[in-house]
Design a protein around this ligand. Structure first.
Ligand code: MGD
Ligand code: MGD
Ligand code: MO
Length: 770
């Protein structure tokens, strides 16, 4: 009988044993709150949704006229690996020869899986760099707006903003947490690369037991863990900047802002104050003004402002707030609010971006580097902000602006994707379908027949982590895991490394890509970086074989010293921020000079364009399209835990009982959500944990069109991205705005179509019978 072997995932370390056709999973014994997402893993071993053999879209294989128009509605033909490798190699050769690397999009965004070596993004970028480069993407769907605004006003992203405030400090010192966007505990289940221990619940409970107060500002009550008492301020989505300005106004008007801090550590407060107090636009941003916009009473706003000034206060801003129209602004305004309170750099006070949104944020930093595969250098400068993919494919040569740059979209002939699911992550899927009909060739490595695979020309079956050995490790997490293969590859699936190696061999680039190491040799080689740093620091430093034998290793962590914010506070001239002024930029000259959307160079309230563009009487409801609690994005939507949450096979949508009653919708009804962009079915759950006027449909249900041939199909499964708008946050960051949209909902009265997206694909055979 085989024993349990160590393994890891983005949602936690575990061990697994495969026996008599069943995969058994046990959470890591030291994890105080293992994630229920582990329940999705066993289905990997035998799901009919897996890609089992290389498959080619018929129209592409036959090079039928206008075949690209059939993407998403064509047949597939299974082929052998040697045939598939030859087809891919020849096509890459043609496109690089005739059009060069600027015709290849390798941005290939996506979370893929845990594991430092078989990390799909590293593998594909390395491979395409060996071939001569590719058009890349910058930033993320997670933090597109924040990662552009923060460097201008607080210094490099993921430095002061996330490396200063720890859970330990919160447990020790914080008296009031004001969480814009809440701290949905479901989100802390996950961290890219892995989580040794889920500590957010115990840390919050510890702070709560000491008497800390928590204010959760969100349209959903359960955006804060239920075991700590939090006050729920049910805000209207997309209006946080107005609320923050209202709070700031109370601070300024009542003289509660910290003038000394502002003087010493910030620039441009006066110009912002002119705007805040309405000196130049005649519109003071008072609590009453804010209340009108955000739906929280002026009295509540004033009480909150006073409490924030009195107590050791931590302001947090979730990712979700900035994944919206003008998403740069709430991140910036949150920083300004914290600066006015003057507690940045104090223990447990100040500002933290996205605390609670990912399981390892707020943990202490690692003292040693992690193993990382070199991606080599991309000789090509061309890039797009990641969420501009459909714009790029639809407008070759088109102009766009981004962070002060005037740029042009490249003319893409070939798209190569590994480790991501654009038909999960992108907005306005009908528009994305049109965009995906433009390139000459789309190649995808996938573990399962996702909608992205179903829109590709060449689909190569990739293994999942449980079918291969790897090293599991993540930033801010002290557990390194010897991720051992638990099952044999499903069907003919191969590791991304093996796939790229075979194609590279065909193209005469095998040595360059592999450096003549086997996958196993790579693990030992990559481990060496960490081992040497461990040895140099006098820590336990086993060699690779010993690490593999032990199954895991605890890595040393840095002391809890308040990070860059504390250093800045202690001595702003010795440890300046890496901003143009060396201080917190309440006014940014750089941004003012971009001259975008007349914000004037300081945080600014913009009513959302979505609101302005849409007739409120036609699409009156806000739809919050947040992260799912039952899976990571679209991954393993076919897994048991994710499927156990579906109702009549459909994704659940939560509706406030008053909104449901007005539309004659009852709990469990199949409903149709729609707007001017598209429509989808979902199953209604009536809940007063959702603010009136708001519905919530999480992302991640695999897109399934009712009629794949239609230009405007309805998704019968419940993917909210058929409804969301595909516009950048603003010209500043061009980030994704998928978090909220406007819709209407009705009871669905037609025959409910059967959801088949997890069933096995059927294939056709070509003339050769292959
Ligand atoms: N409306 C709306 N849209 C959103 C969001 C939102 O809030 N609202 N959130 C956005 C955010 S924050 C994010 S990060 C994105 C997430 O978007 P993605 O990261 O693209 O989503 P995943 O489902 O994680 O996609 C990963 C894919 O990689 C595949 N995969 C896993 N392991 C491997 C491997 O080893 N090799 C290969 N070749 N493939 C592998 C999986 O099967 C899966 O299809 O979605 C964004 N989209
Ligand atoms: N279980 C699970 N955890 C995850 C992920 C997952 O897919 N599954 N994905 C991970 C990833 S990639 C990321 S980037 C993070 C994302 O972290 P976030 O983006 O912060 O997560 P969301 O769940 O999308 O949004 C959090 C909450 O914000 C609230 N909200 C939405 N709009 C507004 C608004 O305008 N104002 C206010 N005040 N609140 C609003 C919603 O009620 C929502 O539940 O989560 C990570 N954690
Ligand atoms: Mo994300």
């Amino acid at each position: 009988m085989s024993s349990f072997k160590p393994h890891s995932s983005h949602w936690g370390a575990f061990s697994g044993r495969y026996e008599n056709g069943t995969l058994h999973i046990r959470p890591h014994p030291d994890d105080p709150h293992p994630s229920p997402l582990l329940g999705n893993i066993p289905a990997i071993a035998d799901s009919p949704a897996r890609v089992r053999r290389p498959a080619i879209r018929r129209g592409w294989l036959e090079q039928a006229p206008a075949h690209a128009k059939k993407r998403g509605a064509d047949d597939y033909i299974e082929v052998s690996w040697p045939q598939a490798v030859e087809l891919v190699a020849n096509e890459l050769h043609r496109v690089y020869r005739d059009f060069g690397p600027q015709a290849v999009f390798g941005g290939s965004y996506g979370w893929s899986s845990a594991g430092r070596f078989h990390h799909a993004q590293s593998q594909i970028h390395r491979f395409l760099n060996v071939l001569g480069g590719y058009v890349r993407s910058v930033n993320t769907y997670s933090s597109g707006a924040a990662s552009v605004i923060i460097p201008h006003v607080l210094g490099p992203y993921d430095t002061v903003d996330r490396k200063s405030v720890t859970w330990d400090a919160i447990e020790r010192s914080t008296e009031l947490v004001v969480a814009f966007g809440g701290m949905a505990i479901k989100n802390a289940d996950v961290h890219g690369g892995g989580i040794g221990a889920h500590i957010v619940r115990p840390k919050l409970s510890g702070a709560s037991a000491r008497g800390a107060r928590f204010v959760s500002i969100t349209p959903l009550k359960d955006d804060f863990p239920s075991e700590v008492n939090s006050e729920w301020l049910a805000i209207i989505p997309g209006t946080d900047v107005a609320l923050m300005l209202g709070i700031a106004h109370v601070l300024a008007a009542e003289g509660m802002h910290d003038r000394e801090f502002i003087e010493r550590y910030t620039v441009g407060y006066e110009r912002f104050e002119d705007y805040l107090l309405g000196r130049n636009d005649g519109l003071p941003k008072t609590a009453e003004w804010a209340a009108e916009i955000c739906g929280i009473s002026a009295e509540t706003i004033r009480d909150l402002a006073r409490a924030m000034a009195r107590l050791r206060t931590l302001v947090t801003v979730s990712h979700s707030l900035q994944r919206a129209d003008y998403g740069e602004q709430p991140v910036w305004m949150g920083i300004v609010l914290a600066a006015m309170l003057g507690q940045i750099g104090l223990d447990g006070g100040g500002y933290s971006y996205s605390l609670g949104a990912l399981g390892n944020i707020g943990k202490r930093q690692l003292a040693v580097p992690l193993p990382t595969l070199s991606q080599f250098k991309n000789p090509l400068a061309d890039y797009i902000p990641v969420a501009r993919i459909a714009d790029m494919l639809l407008n070759p040569g088109g102009e766009f602006q981004y962070n002060g740059n005037d740029l042009h979209y490249p003319d893409i002939r070939l798209v190569y994707w590994a480790g991501g699911n654009p038909f999960h992550h992108h907005q306005d899927l009908n528009r994305l379908r049109a965009a995906f009909r433009r390139p000459e060739t789309i190649i995808v490595h996938e573990t399962a027949w996702t909608s992205t695979a179903r829109h590709a020309d060449i689909v190569l079956p990739a293994t999942t982590t449980i079918e291969r050995d790897d090293i599991g490790a993540a930033d801010r997490d002290d557990l390194m895991v010897a991720m051992k293969k638990l099952i044999e590859p499903v069907g003919e699936a191969r590791d991304d490394y093996e796939i790229f190696s075979a194609i590279a061999r065909h193209l005469g680039k095998f040595d360059a890509f592999t450096e003549n190491r086997t996958a196993r040799e790579w693990l030992g080689f990559l481990f060496e970086t960490t081992r040497q740093a461990l040895a140099a620091g006098g820590h336990d430093a086993p060699n690779f074989e010993e690490f593999w034998e032990r199954g895991e290793l605890r890595l040393p962590i840095k002391p809890d010293d308040g990070g860059p914010a504390r250093a800045f506070r202690d001595d702003p001239s010795a440890s300046p921020l890496q901003t143009p002024s060396g201080k917190i930029e309440i006014f940014s000259r750089t941004i003012a000079a971009f001259d975008y959307d007349d914000c004037g160079g300081h945080p600014y309230w913009y009513p959302a364009r979505a609101e302005a563009a849409v007739d409120k009487t036609i699409y009156p409801l806000h739809l919050v399209c947040n992260q799912p609690h039952q899976r990571l994005h679209s991954q393993l939507d076919y897994g048991d835990f994710s499927r156990s949450t579906k109702i009549k096979d459909r994704e659940p949508v939560r509706i406030n009982p008053a909104d449901a009653a007005a539309r004659d919708i009852e709990d469990g009804d199949i409903v149709r959500l729609f707007n001017n962009r598209g429509s989808c079915l979902a199953a209604a759950i009536l809940s007063d944990e959702v603010r009136q006027g708001v519905m919530q449909l999480s992302t991640g249900a695999w897109f399934e069109p009712d009629d794949p041939k239609s230009e405007h199909p309805m998704c019968i499964h419940g993917n909210p991205n058929i409804l969301t708008q595909d516009i950048g946050t603003s010209r500043l960051a061009q980030g994704c705005t998928g978090q909220i949209t406007k819709v209407e909902v009705e009871r669905f009265s037609g025959d409910t179509p059967q959801v088949r997206v997890f069933e096995a694909m059927t294939f056709v055979t070509n003339e050769n019978g292959s």
